[in-house]
Ligand binder design. Structure first.
Ligand SMILES: Cc1ncc(COP(=O)(O)O)c(C=O)c1O
Length: 335
């Protein structure tokens, strides 16, 4: 099967498994796992933050951040396609008791003036607006990296209004490779940043939440409260360290393959999204039926609406897979 459903489907390479096998471990809830401690130090350093926390998932990283930045009854401002709204099982309401205020964006990015206009001041009728979240790259926004200017200006607007800022950088390294702007620079305006090891970077498990030492200390307690305290997690952290050392630059290959896939679909008369990183979205007449027809030809992808498909390139997809996927589309379209 050529699995283009998500970049989460990758399996660890032989070299990554070797690094996991050889990891030195301890009890991380006691703070005694040397490999987790090293991963947290490396993540904080690469993001230009004081500290970092290793968590089991991107969802938990986002939710722990929201919990640490807000009080129940607060309002969190996000772009309308944001992951915490669409795909985190209502956790922001369940865990933090916050309102999510969704603003319509373009390719997942918000206009700083629009964020400015969303702040309603200290009126007693209004929920305290204590957090602005951005998603870089934006998943539902086509895998699009934010412009650096918009990232900086949205953060400045939020801080001027007294709100904190959080970046959901599940695919931050894709944005870094696509734009050439380093992670610590993209994240500069953001009090906290979450990034995933288990997407394009190809590790089996894990995300990092990076930010100020005091907040990360509180985040450690929230992680424990949610059952996310892991013990000999160094086996997983070793995969993450390996991924940060070996799988960042190669994301350019995934981006080139997504562009090739989009070009191939265009050649069949379809109108795919521009594919600036590793995602291709394309409209078809009947998405669920197309998913099934492609599956019958050995290609997996996701329907993300009645007529919308998403295809994602990753570590386990090569040039031949891309050519075969285009061919499967050709057959499904009767070409
Ligand atoms: C933008 C974004 N944020 C957060 C997550 C959550 O990551 P996880 O699946 O590890 O919970 C995802 C997962 O696809 C994502 O795409």
């Amino acid at each position: 099967m050529i699995d283009l459903r998500s970049d989460t489907v990758t399996r660890p390479t032989a070299a990554m498994r070797q690094a996991m096998f050889a990891a030195e471990v301890g009890d991380d809830v006691y703070g005694e796992d040397p490999t987790v401690n090293r991963l947290e130090a490396v993540a904080a350093e690469r993001l230009g933050k004081e500290a970092a926390l290793f968590l089991p998932s991107g969802t938990m990283a986002n939710q722990v951040a929201i919990r640490c930045h807000t009080q129940p009854g607060d309002e969190v401002i996000l772009e309308a396609g944001a992951h915490p709204f669409h795909y985190e099982a209502g956790a922001a309401a369940m865990i933090s008791g916050v309102l999510l205020r969704l603003l319509p964006g373009v390719d997942g990015a918000l206009d700083p003036a629009q964020v400015q206009a969303a702040f309603r001041g200290p009126d007693v009728h209004v929920a305290p607006q204590t957090l602005v979240c951005v998603e870089d790259t934006s998943n539902r926004g086509g895998g699009t990296p934010w412009s650096l200017a918009a990232l900086d200006q949205v953060a400045a607007v939020a801080h001027a209004a007294g709100a904190a800022t959080h970046m959901d950088g599940a695919r931050l390294w894709n944005a870094v490779v696509a734009t050439g702007v380093p992670a610590d620079r993209r994240a500069r305006g953001y009090d906290t940043v979450a990034f995933c090891l288990s997407k394009g970077l190809g590790a089996p498990v894990g995300s990092l939440l990076c930010g100020p030492a005091a907040l990360i200390g509180r985040a450690r307690r929230v992680r424990k409260a949610l059952g996310g305290g892991m013990r000999q997690a160094g086996f997983l952290a070793a995969a993450g360290l390996y991924a940060l050392d070996h799988h960042v630059e190669r994301l350019a290959l995934d981006h080139a393959r997504a562009a090739d896939l989009a070009a191939g679909l265009r050649g069949l008369g379809l109108a795919p999204s521009p594919a600036p990183t590793n995602m291709v979205y394309v409209e078809v007449e009947d998405a669920p039926a197309t998913v099934e027809a492609l599956r019958a030809r050995g290609v997996l992808c996701n329907a993300v609406g009645p007529s919308r498909l998403r295809l994602v390139t990753h570590l386990d997809i090569d040039d031949e897979d891309v050519a075969a996927a285009v061919d499967a589309f050709r057959q499904v379209r009767g070409g």
